[in-house]
Design a protein around this ligand. Structure first.
Ligand code: FE2
Ligand code: FE2
Length: 180
């Protein structure tokens, strides 16, 4: 059975799917509005509800907290850096949401703010995921051991929520294949 770390890694694949959609949707021409605001709107909702709402809490309150309890404080591992990147990610999602909200959303400066925040989000989160998959999670496996991971899995992993996470990411991927 998949444990907490397997689940987090599966969620990473779905987050990367959404980051690819964001990168295509934001466009790459400075000063021009993003070509697919509909995709960025759906992505911002996914990042807020599923990444900040479900993935990061499983790391912060589950895995990282257990690592600290096992004697590895955030300052002595990549966890401290990961926590700062979670905070920056939340700020950028907030910036995206602000740029998408309200009557001024089609004004050029709001469109450019959206494009820039979306781009920085991808540049923060893609390497963040690599660091977790290849450095932090293997370290967590060694520090915690399987019985502690199994206990965290029972407490934190809800199969229905994991399925909803994957389905939401696939919907955004499909949206990019449809005409705006
Ligand atoms: Fe993380
Ligand atoms: Fe993660």
């Amino acid at each position: 059975m998949a444990d907490l770390i397997d689940t987090l890694m599966e969620e990473h694949l779905h987050i990367l799917m959404v980051l690819c959609a964001v990168e295509r949707a934001r466009g790459d021409r400075p000063g021009e509005p993003p070509p697919r605001v509909d995709v960025l709107e759906a992505a911002a909702e996914f990042l807020r509800d599923h990444v900040d709402g479900a993935h990061h809490p499983k790391e912060e309150d589950g895995l990282f907290a257990a690592m600290e309890a096992a004697g590895l404080p955030p300052s002595a591992s990549p966890v401290g850096c990961m926590l700062k990147q979670h905070v920056r990610g939340r700020e950028l999602v907030e910036s995206m949401s602000r740029a998408l909200d309200g009557p001024h959303r089609h004004q050029p400066e709001h469109a450019e703010a959206l494009r820039l925040a979306a781009g920085e989000y991808v540049r923060v989160l893609a390497p963040h995921i690599q660091m977790e998959d290849f450095v932090l999670y293997p370290l967590a496996r060694r520090v915690l051991g399987q019985p502690a991971l199994d206990e965290l899995t029972r407490r934190l992993v809800e199969p229905a929520a994991v399925a909803a996470f994957a389905a939401a990411a696939r919907r955004i991927d499909e949206l990019t294949r449809r005409a705006p």
